[in-house]
Design a protein around this ligand. Structure first.
Ligand code: BV8
Length: 273
């Protein structure tokens, strides 16, 4: 039973790394990138998009909108898409999968506080919705940035955003007369934040257990971290609704919703001596 084996591995581990993807937020109503039609059908988006935006999500592959080139070519359309997603993320609530990961962090920190960094638990997320933080996770590394804060394209300075939908697209920057605002996400073709890459590298090099949850494991360099951990001898596990390119490589592969599997693993872990 892989869930019991994963709970036992968590119980024995000294340093755990968890990588999450859009699948972990699907049960909070946030569409995923690649299986988005199935997920969107499963879970009602938190904020019903204006019909034009729903069409945008269906009509355009996110991979064609989540690029600097798309923003340069049509900043109004890309800014609208991101503000629609921002609204959905602001309205979304953490689901049992997010809450279980926050619980796991507290459990590991209390049981075996690591002497030096990285600590006993590191959460590497590809998600930009900040639901892990809303759930109480603290050791979060945002590999692909976040959608809730936006910055000036000229000065790079963050600007305060209203919680309501933006009024102008693209939004003008308060920091520069020719600047506009863009979300603090990492687009395809952009480098990941050096601090995030460094934190991820250190955690992967130190871990003895790596869990990959709710990700199609195709986006680089995040998808390669689990192989790096395995090469160093870490145990590896995947929890995902569908098979992925790493499913046959990991020690334990669980075909399940993260919102069901993670609470079940935590229940088994808490029952262990
Ligand atoms: C970079 C922010 C240097 C924006 C995102 C090799 C090395 C380095 C780069 C590359 C390389 N090869 C190719 C590249 C370029 C590119 C890349 O990886 N392309 C892919 C498409 C091949 N990488 C980059 O550009 C990165 N930059 O490395 O810079 C460089 C650049 C160019 C060339 C060389 C070097 C930057 C990548 C970051 C892009 N930004 N997001 C935004 O949000 O709009 S990525 C985006 O995809 C999201 O962050 C998302 O999280 C991520 C990955 O997708 P997933 O999270 O896995 O989501 P997906 O929908 O795919 O899958 C969900 C899974 O969950 C499914 O399997 C489903 O079955 C499952 N699921 C669903 N429901 C549940 C569930 N599982 C469990 N429970 C459920 N309930």
């Amino acid at each position: 039973m892989p869930l019991r084996a994963i709970a036992a591995a968590l119980n024995a581990a000294h340093r755990v790394v968890v990588l999450t993807g859009a699948g972990v937020s699907a049960e909070s109503g946030i569409p995923t990138f690649r299986a988005r039609s199935a997920d969107a059908a499963d879970s009602k988006p938190a904020a019903q998009p204006p019909s034009s935006m729903a069409a945008l999500w269906k009509e355009f592959d996110p991979l064609t909108l989540a690029t600097p080139e798309a923003f340069a070519a049509n900043p109004e359309r890309v800014a609208r898409w991101y503000d629609w997603r921002r609204q959905g993320c602001l309205a979304a609530l953490p689901n049992p999968g997010h809450l279980a990961l926050a619980q796991l962090e507290s459990f590991l920190a209390a049981r075996r506080p690591a002497a030096a960094a990285p600590g006993p638990f590191t959460l590497l997320t590809q998600n930009v919705d900040r639901l892990h933080q809303k759930a109480g996770s603290r050791a979060v590394v945002e590999l692909h940035g976040n959608i809730l804060t936006w910055r000036c394209t000229r000065t790079g300075r963050d600007a305060d955003l209203p919680s309501e939908p933006l009024a102008q697209f693209p939004p003008p920057s308060p920091h520069h007369p020719q600047g506009i605002l863009r979300p603090n996400v990492v687009w395809f073709g952009e480098m990941l934040p050096p601090s995030a890459l460094q934190a991820a590298f250190e955690a992967v090099e130190a871990c003895d257990l790596f869990l990959s949850i709710g990700t199609s494991s195709v986006v680089q360099p995040a998808a390669s971290f689990i192989q790096q951990a395995a090469r160093r001898g870490a145990a590896t596990a995947e929890i995902n609704l569908e098979p992925t390119p790493i499913s046959h490589q990991v020690d334990w592969s669980v075909r399940a919703r993260s919102g069901e599997a993670l609470p079940a693993i935590m229940a088994l872990l808490f029952a262990m001596p």
